[in-house]
Design a protein around this ligand. Structure first.
Ligand code: G16
Length: 547
């Protein structure tokens, strides 16, 4: 294909995926997200962009078709860079540019990106594509494949996979197998081997201790857990509900529902004290929970996960005699108690970024060991190359005494169990289960590490959420005028209180977060702040109600 013929092909094929005139969409917190009916042209164009990115980086790029926690009618697309991380901010900008080009200027915008990035169009391109279980995902992922092939790129269609599995495949491919083998089976083998090695270090556990109730959000995570189960050789006894056989994706179930509603999902039979967890729609988030004898619901969210994992890693580093710096990266949603515990008791560095895994991931890369988790359960742990090297060398060092050797081997297996490319519900779940087993902890012991401040999250619908601009890692609103002053004076009315608002990057709403000394106060503060947003930021529909 000559370059001209290639552009002609794009021009012809793009007519099969026309852009509705006037529709504009932004690459948000995690790619494009909206009702599936608006996305066909976006998918085709993201196929084009992924092909350019692949030519530019001379690497395989990933495209995942999913809207993760959003309702089943929505869909979306995320681009995955060569090491399995989210695409860079610069290319997010190109994505928006390409997505919003009217049909007759698509080629012009495409050529503009090629020129700006100085892309050699004779370079080969390779794109991995995956999709979640939404009814719209099949045709939308076909549109991505069409986009790639119209620019002459090679595709590998992984079909139904979790988002983190696709990130993993991309990383495996571009590291030529160093990270693992780029197959779903390779993923199961790598993780399960590490998990089994870790649980060998646990004292004998009863079947009850091995039992874990999993809410699959009626999504892809449930399917993949079923596939993986035999690899775990009964070291984990999964009881899977919301497996997609009847209910609707993310409806009254899944990690987002459980976190925001602070209650157990429907469709799960939970006995008192039983350890449970929920995945989200594409299995990149996880939260844990249990119900106590008084019927009280206890949530162990991303903050509690970060605390459990960083405590465990810190202890192993001490035992191994390794001087590596651990830091925890959080967002404004992190519960105030978790930040205080990490800084004051654990004495680890804590840093706060904007919402979105891409921001946390970059911040975590600055440390020897960067543990990052959003409160909503999206996160992982990054080990720097230098840290991994030190750990590997110590494993080989035959002089190392027994306690050190055990600790360093545990660190090595933990690294293998963690999906370092992105937050991964399956990998995180196995890490948590292994840590609890090794430390002989119950979910109640874990919960007791610190007590969350009561909190509440609400949504407010406004006519244009972009009127809200924020600063200080989204903790303060700069516009509209008067909003931050209003929030400040509301917060002053309550004890141990904090509140912030920010426009969502995945849904057409403004998010409101509040915490305070009691649940009543957190609820009331969240409601008052919602009313301030409604009045000052152009609320639409009925006034927000309290929770
Ligand atoms: C996505 C992002 C997360 C983010 C969440 C909510 O999650 O990957 O980092 O916390 O959206 O974002 P927002 O508040 O901007 O709507 P997921 O699981 O839906 O991909």
């Amino acid at each position: 294909f000559s370059e001209m013929a290639q552009f002609e092909e794009v021009s012809q094929k793009s007519k099969l995926h026309p852009k509705p005139e006037g529709l504009t969409l932004q690459y948000g917190t995690a790619g494009f997200r909206t009702h599936a009916k608006h996305l066909d042209h976006i998918m085709f164009r993201m196929g084009l962009l992924a092909t350019l990115r692949s030519k530019k980086t001379k690497s395989t790029i990933g495209v995942m078709v999913t809207a993760s926690h959003n309702p089943e009618e929505d869909n979306g697309v995320k681009l995955i860079d060569p090491m399995g991380e989210m695409v860079t901010a610069m290319w997010e900008g190109y994505a928006t540019q390409l997505a919003n080009a009217e049909q007759d200027s698509l080629l012009k915008e495409l050529k503009d990106i090629i020129e700006k990035e100085d892309i050699d169009m004779s370079q080969t391109a390779s794109v991995y594509v995956g999709k979640d279980t939404r009814p719209s995902s099949a045709s939308l992922s076909q549109a991505v494949l069409d986009g790639v092939s119209s620019l002459g790129g090679k595709t590998h269609d992984y079909g139904l996979v979790t988002t983190p599995q696709l990130h993993y495949m991309v990383c495996c491919c571009n590291t030529h197998g160093c990270y693992g083998s780029p197959t779903v089976e390779g993923y199961y083998q790598k993780l399960s081997q590490a998990f089994l090695q870790l649980t060998q270090n646990a004292s004998n556990r009863t079947d009850d201790q091995k039992r874990l109730l999993v809410d699959g959000a009626n999504g892809i995570g449930a399917l993949k857990m079923r596939e993986m189960e035999p690899f775990l050789r009964s070291e984990l006894q999964l009881v899977l509900s919301n497996d997609g056989s009847s209910g609707k994706l993310n409806h009254m179930c899944g990690a987002d529902y459980v976190k925001v509603q602070q209650k157990a999902p429907q469709g799960m039979n939970i006995a008192v004290g039983e350890r449970c967890c929920s995945f989200d729609g594409d299995a990149d988030r996880i939260v844990y929970y249990y119900t106590d004898s008084k019927g009280c619901f206890h949530l162990l969210d991303g903050d509690k996960i970060a605390t459990l994992i960083s405590t465990y890693l810190k202890e192993l580093l001490t035992q191994a005699g390794l001087n590596l710096q651990i830091a925890v990266v959080q967002t404004a949603y992190a519960n105030g108690s978790s930040t205080r515990y990490l800084e004051d008791v654990m004495k680890v560095a804590v840093c706060c970024t904007k919402t979105g895994v891409k921001h946390l991931h970059h911040a975590a890369q600055e440390y020897d060991i960067g543990v990052y988790f959003e409160a909503n359960g999206h996160g992982t742990v990054l080990f720097s190359k230098a840290a991994q090297k030190q750990i590997q060398e110590l494993v080989k060092d035959s002089d190392t005494n027994d306690e050190r050797k055990r600790a360093v081997k545990l660190l090595e297996s933990t690294i293998n169990l963690i999906n370092q490319t992105v937050g991964d519900a399956i990998s995180d779940m196995l890490v948590i289960e292994a840590v609890l087993a090794i430390r002989g902890m119950s979910v109640q012991d874990w919960d007791a590490i610190y007590t969350d401040l009561p909190n509440r999250q609400l949504k407010v619908t406004v006519s244009d959420r972009r009127v809200i601009d924020t600063t200080d890692a989204e903790r303060r609103a700069v516009t509209p005028e008067g909003l931050q002053d209003a929030i400040d004076s509301l917060v002053k009315k309550y004890k141990s209180a904090r509140s912030f608002v920010r426009p969502s990057g995945t849904e057409d709403v403004v998010r409101v977060y509040a915490e305070a000394d009691t649940q009543e106060n957190a609820d009331s503060l969240a409601h008052e702040v919602s009313l301030a947003v409604y009045r000052l930021a152009g609320g639409v529909g009925d006034e927000p109600k309290s929770f």
